[in-house]
Every structure is written in structure tokens, then in C-alpha cells.
Design a protein around this ligand. Structure first.
Ligand code: ZN
Length: 491
């Protein structure tokens, strides 16, 4: 089945038929995290959104090179040109080398992404590993005349660029409005205009992360890394650039201008942005006391959480909303998502035991088509999931004998239902946990008590007694019953 994918392009503000530059091949770049703290809910949304896109493109048969960077240098507080480096600040606080901070939180990010069953990108480049490429990009922009050196730093000349090129198309901002809304800030005397941003910044004494360059010992501006690394790995023009809508301005607007200045042409064909997450109707933030890390969600260890929510519950909850809609996290909504996901997964199990009939009374091809149509309509995962629940109803009715399915229909249902759930939406079976998350423990106790039954059958009374006595010592109450055993953990 030939699928035509339509995606909403933030730049044109229209849904467009996706046609890659090179047939069969997709180059895709997504702005990754700045690694100076534990991964939180806000990190999960772009990661899940573009994982869905990555998975779907691969499912459709495209060869995808997916690049998602790690920002480990040059991202200053308040996303501005002045102030401390976010990572250096954290290093000072935690008494670590900046690169230890970077490694620690990169590991944390990657672990959390793995928990959410997010596929690793094809390339995960670090800004600090691409200083040479960034210096080369600064040189190209200087050569084009859209940047100037000032006291060892190099600034992008936004006003000059905007006079000769289109600027602000992505965010819909105009230079005149921006100018009238900008306060003159301290430290901006180096710049010709307050709109200019640093592409190379001279390091102040005491600034740890610094590299030699033709202009000064310093470090690249935050916006520059994405231009340098996307060009390096995907070429001067590539298909898709993604990120959260909070990155549209200034970050992505700056990327567009930098690429045009450096390479003389627009870099990105389709811009895609996921919307934001709120928590109980509020914006999330450290100062609001509601920045919950993903690990806190997985373990339930945050005062705002009524219980732990598994990674797949979080994933399911996010995919139940369209990526361009805002999404509000509440305990109630998460618990509803948990039940929904359980129902979906139960149906996957039931699928394996369906009775085959001579004739089918159900329309599997129609259902499949609706699921693809939803995905092709700008990755409408909530509609696709709603259709999968129609599938759950069909599976349950066949199981109850109210509907019938033949061999071919059953094969088609199995293959499409499972490929949607596991390959495209990226869910995985999670261990069921009882109230206290004791599933693994229960399995081990059951295993030991089964070994005890075997020992008794072999008249190995010593081993049998030892297993019971040791479990009793550990606080388990073990009872022999007619069909085996019962046990509980004494409180
Ligand atoms: Zn970026």
C-alpha cells in the first residue's frame, strides 16, 4: 500500500505532502537536550514526537538518517548571550568537571529515553566535539558579510541580514517590532544592535570551557552548533528539522539565518514543532516546584504524584494527544491512560488465541486503512489510537463469539495491529506490577517455593526445610496447601 504522508510545516503554516529531497532517503535533525540536569517531562515530548516520526518513516520504507544533538557547551542562562554557562554553573554547584556534568546528565537522558522505548538517533553529536566545524561556520558567515567581530566575539548582524534576506518567517516576527520590544541590556555595547546574537563568544577569565579561535579563546554561541552539525551530517539542505515550539524563537530563527548566510540557501525543507506540556494546568518550571523528573514519574517519588506511572503509561498518554496540541498532565488523566494501555495490551494477548472460522464478519482492511490515514494526516496518533480501540472491540467480539474471523483476516489483523502498537507507536510489554511494585520479588519467591516442592518430591527434606526456614527468616509466611503453597510477606 503506497502511503502519502502529509506534515504540517511550521514555516509555510500549511499541511504539505512530504516529498524528500532524495527519493527513499530522509535527513532529519532534532534539537536535543542541554545536559545540565535530570531529564524531565519536557524532554520526553519532543523525543517521543520525533521518535514517532522516525519510526513511521522507517515503517514506510524510508532510509532515515536521524541526527539529535547533545548541547554541552555555549548554552548560557536565559538563552541569552550574557551570563553563566548552564553546564559550568552546575559543575560549580556539584563540584564536578563540566565534562562530568555533561556525561552524568547525558547518561541520565539516554537511560530515560530508553525507558520510554525511544529509538536512539542515527547520530547523536555533541557540540563540544564539533568546535572546528563551528569555527569554520563562523568564518563562512563572516565572509558573507553578515557577521562582525567585536572585542574578540563574533556577532550575527541581524539587521543587515534582514535588510537583504527574509528574516522572521518561522516565528512571524518582524525586525521593527523586535527592536521596539527590546530593552538595551548591559553588556550589549559590543553589539551593533540588541537583536544581534553571538556566534563566537570571547571567554571571560574563569570561564572553563574555552577553545582557541582566530578571534579569541572562547566558545561557540548556542544557536551555531545546530547549523554546523546539521550541515556536516545532513548537507546544506535537508528534509526535516524538529524541536519544541519554545525553540522557534530565537533558536530556530537564528539557525535559518545562519545557514542562509553560511551556505547561501535555505537549509530546511520542513520545520516541525511539538507543543508544550502543562502540569495540572500550570506551566512547568523549577521555580514553580512542579518540574518532575521522568525518574520521579517512574517511581512515584514526587509529592504531586499519587503513584508511580510506568514509562509506557507516559508514552501512551503523550501519544493520545496530537503533537501540535498542548497536553496537560494530571494524576487522573494518567490513571485513565494506564487503564487504556492495559486494555490495548490485553487485546494483543487475546489476538493470539482467537478462534478461526470459515468466514469473516469483520472488516480488517477498512480498519487498517483508517489507522494509516490518521498517521498520514500529520501523525495524528490520537485518531490512530482511537481506531486501534475499534480493533480492540473487534478482537473482543471475536473472542466472545459475537463476530467471526477467517485465517487470512486473522493474519492481517495480527500483523497490522502489532506493527502499529509495537513498531509505529513504539509501545512495549511492561512487567505487570502489583500494588507495591513486587512483581519480580513475587516471581522469585514462587520460584523458590516451586524448587521446594521439587525437593520434597525427591525426598530431599533438608533442602525443602532450608528454603522454608530461610524465607521465614526473611519475613515470609509460607503455608503448604493441597495444590502447592501460599505465601505472604509479614508486615
Ligand atoms: Zn538546535
Amino acid at each position: 500500500m503506497e502511503q502519502k504522508l502529509i506534515i504540517y510545516n511550521t514555516l509555510s503554516r500549511k499541511k504539505e505532502l512530504f516529498e524528500p529531497l532524495n527519493p527513499g532517503y530522509v535527513g532529519m535533525y532534532v534539537c536535543g537536550p542541554t545536559v545540565y540536569g535530570n531529564a524531565h517531562l519536557g524532554h520526553a515530548r519532543p523525543a517521543i514526537t520525533f521518535d514517532l516520526l522516525f519510526r513511521y518513516l522507517v515503517h514506510l520504507g524510508f532510509k532515515v538518517r536521524y541526527v539529535r544533538n547533545i548541547t554541552d557547551v555555549g548554552h548560557l542562562v536565559a538563552d541569552a548571550d550574557e551570563g553563566e554557562d548552564k553546564i559550568a554553573k552546575k559543575a560549580e554547584l556539584e563540584k564536578l568537571e563540566p565534562m562530568e556534568v555533561v556525561q552524568k546528565y547525558t547518561n541520565n537522558y539516554q537511560w530515560n529515553m530508553q525507558m520510554l522505548n525511544i529509538l536512539p538517533p542515527s547520530i547523536e553529536p555533541r557540540a563540544s566535539g564539533h568546535i572546528i566545524e563551528q569555527i569554520e561556520t563562523v568564518k563562512k558567515i563572516l565572509n558573507s558579510g553578515y557577521a562582525y567581530e567585536s572585542k574578540g566575539s563574533v556577532y550575527f548582524d541581524v539587521e543587515k541580514f534582514a535588510r537583504e534576506n527574509e528574516y522572521g518567517a518561522l516565528s512571524g516576527r518582524k525586525v521593527d517590532d523586535l527592536l521596539s520590544n527590546t530593552r538595551e541590556l548591559e553588556g550589549q555595547e559590543e553589539k551593533r544592535s540588541p537583536l544581534d546574537f553571538a556566534i563566537w563568544k570571547k571567554a571571560q577569565p574563569g570561564h572553563i570551557m574555552r577553545w582557541p579561535s582566530p578571534w579569541s579563546d572562547g566558545f561557540p554561541g548556542w544557536h551555531l552548533e545546530c547549523t554546523a552539525m546539521s550541515t556536516k551530517y545532513l548537507g546544506e539542505t535537508f528534509d526535516i528539522h524538529g524541536g519544541g515550539i519554545d525553540l522557534i524563537f530565537p533558536h530556530h530563527e537564528a539557525e535559518i539565518a545562519q545557514s542562509k548566510a553560511a551556505n547561501g540557501k535555505p537549509s530546511v525543507r520542513y520545520w516541525m514543532h511539538n507543543n508544550m506540556i502543562t502540569l495540572n494546568g500550570q506551566k512547568m518550571g523549577k521555580s514553580l516546584g512542579n518540574a518532575i523528573s521522568l525518574n520521579e514519574f517512574f517511581t512515584g517519588s514526587h509529592p504531586l504524584l499519587e503513584k508511580a506511572y510506568s514509562p509506557m503509561t507516559i508514552r501512551f498518554f503523550m501519544l493520545q494527544a496530537h503533537y501540535r496540541s498542548t497536553l496537560d498532565f494530571t494524576n487522573e488523566a494518567l490513571q485513565a491512560a494506564e487503564k487504556g494501555l492495559a486494555r490495548l495490551m490485553k487485546a494483543v494477548g487475546t489476538l493470539e488465541t482467537l478462534k478461526i472460522s470459515e468466514k469473516s464478519t469483520v472488516d480488517i482492511a477498512g480498519l487498517k486503512e483508517k489507522c494509516y490515514a490518521a498517521m498520514n494526516d500529520d501523525l495524528n496518533s490520537p485518531i490512530a489510537i482511537a481506531h486501534l480501540f475499534d480493533g480492540v472491540r473487534i478482537i473482543n467480539s471475536i473472542n466472545d463469539g459475537a463476530e467471526k474471523i477467517n485465517e487470512a483476516g486473522c493474519q492481517e489483523l495480527k500483523s497490522f495491529f502489532k506493527s502499529f502498537i509495537f513498531d509505529i507507536l513504539g509501545f512495549k510489554q511492561e512487567e505487570r506490577k502489583d500494588e507495591g511494585g513486587q512483581e519480580i520479588l513475587s516471581n522469585i519467591v514462587d520460584l523458590l517455593l516451586n524448587l521446594r516442592i521439587e525437593a520434597k518430591a525427591n525426598k530431599d527434606w533438608g533442602t525443602a526445610d532450608k528454603i522454608r526456614d530461610e524465607l521465614t527468616k526473611l519475613g515470609f509466611e509460607v503455608k503448604d496447601t493441597k495444590d502447592g503453597f501460599e505465601w505472604k510477606l509479614k508486615k
